[in-house]
Ligand binder design. Structure first.
Ligand code: HSE
Length: 437
């Protein structure tokens, strides 16, 4: 066994940071047997030294300022787990400048500043690895960059936010309300510091920004993603979807078609026989469809302390191997060579086609359905099925659930505007896209 040693500094000791410290300790021997070297945590940083936390840092050099840590310590790899954007970006840039390699779990950092960081990586010839930034324990980034690199990728779709998947699963299973289930997800360490990032779809959009760049060879562009969260979905929708033979999941979809690339994050109805429809709780799953390999599926825990630490630690091992073999930068940061990244046309959401689930609250009186279907008829939107439900609490207004055939998004949006203006229609219409996948 070699006595080579890699020294690391860990910035941020929250859910993921403490997971990494615990995992490196727990599996120290296992890691050494596989890698042939030791990984020594030399120093850590966090705002508050005395905060109660789930890991032992008593023997480690402690800093309350991560910038001071990288100035004072002689480390090979900085593990950035402080999250957020500004402070993390500064820390990562300064580390690369000092020729310190970086491993991070920070999707916002990569999605919003990755293009700029890429230049510093080239200049420093250091590696910046970020496996844990998408889908927690699921090794999807390495798969796209390395295992599928002989393929032209056509589409990628997945459940890539554990918190929203946990909420949708638990709401249906245990009939608990949204706020209570969100609180559970926070207590389990799944949610972002600002949980509206999870439920509003921002976190999934950060991750899709990364996946779409890796899959399609485009620069990172968060603003090109169409984003919807799960805020409007009610238990009724989950139940109606089930009755119709579907599950509701929050999906991220990137798909090349003849006119451009679709990049969107929103809830979808998925036929319940599909694998993705059965991915429950905090689990994530990503399907990548490519020309040679065909569709391949990756599944596992999407969040959580040790699960995410598994990906971070695997990056630490990978970067260490590259340091020890002087082969850094052998795998490009964004999968494609930097000079091969090309901006491509991203489709406006109005130009995608889909089938739709619609829930419309209407007055309980004759002729209402005819008024609604007349508008659909005028816009050439064909209805596949209709369910009219009774409402035991308020029988003056009742929900109607419709499923459409495939239609252009802008046509359905126009039709729904007209329908919402009907006097018999009460409140906002709930519209959820249906994906066959
Ligand atoms: N808040 C994220 C999630 C954590 O729920 O998926 C993992 O990125």
């Amino acid at each position: 066994m070699s006595n080579r040693e890699i020294k690391i500094g860990v910035a941020g000791l929250g859910t993921v940071g403490s997971g990494v410290i615990n995992l490196l300790k727990k599996n120290e021997k296992e890691i050494r047997k596989k890698s042939g070297f030791d990984i020594k945590i030399q120093c850590v940083s966090s705002k508050n030294k005395n905060k109660k936390r789930n890991c032992d840092i008593s023997n480690l050099n402690f800093y309350s300022d991560p910038l001071e840590m990288i100035e004072n310590e002689d480390i090979d790899i900085l593990v950035e787990l402080i999250g957020g954007e500004t402070e993390a970006k500064d820390l990562v840039l300064k580390s690369l400048k000092k020729n310190i390699h970086v491993v991070t779990a920070n999707k916002a950092l990569i999605a919003l500043h990755g293009n700029e960081l890429s230049k510093s990586i080239d200049d420093s010839r250091c590696d910046l690895y970020y496996e844990a930034s998408v889908a927690g324990a699921v090794p999807i980034i390495r798969v796209i960059k390395e295992s599928l690199n002989a393929n032209d990728i056509n589409w990628v779709a997945g459940i890539i936010n554990g918190t929203t998947n946990y909420i949708l699963t638990e709401m249906l299973k245990s009939k608990k309300d949204f706020d209570l289930v969100l609180k559970e997800a926070q207590d389990l360490g799944y949610a972002e510091a600002d949980p509206t990032f999870d439920v509003g779809g921002i976190d999934a959009a950060h991750k899709l920004t990364i996946l779409s760049s890796l899959c399609f060879g485009i620069p990172l562009d968060f603003n090109s993603i169409y984003i919807e969260g799960i805020e409007d979905i009610e238990l009724d929708d989950l139940n109606y979807a089930k009755e119709l033979g579907y599950s509701i999941k929050h999906l991220a979809i990137g798909r090349k078609n003849n006119n451009g690339i679709e990049l969107r994050v929103h809830a979808c109805l998925i036929p319940e026989k599909r694998l993705l429809a059965n991915v429950d709780g905090v689990r994530n799953a990503v399907v990548v469809s490519s020309d040679a390999a065909g569709p391949t599926l990756y599944y596992g825990a999407g969040a959580g302390s040790l699960a995410t630490a598994s990906s971070v630690t695997s990056d630490i091992i990978d970067v260490s191997r590259k340091i020890l073999s002087a082969s850094n930068n052998s795998v490009p940061f964004l999968s494609y060579q930097n000079n091969q990244l090309k901006t491509k046309k991203i489709l406006d959401i109005g130009n995608i086609t889909s089938r739709y689930y619609l829930r419309i609250r209407v007055s309980n009186k004759p002729g209402v359905l005819a008024d609604i279907t007349k508008i659909f008829g005028k816009k050439s939107i064909s209805i596949e099925s209709i369910l009219q439900k009774e409402d035991l609490i308020n029988d003056e207004n009742v929900p109607i659930v419709l499923v459409t055939h495939e239609v252009l998004e802008k046509n359905i949006v126009d039709a729904l505007k007209d329908i919402e203006n009907l006097e018999v229609v009460k409140g906002k219409i709930i519209k959820i896209r249906i994906e066959e996948l």
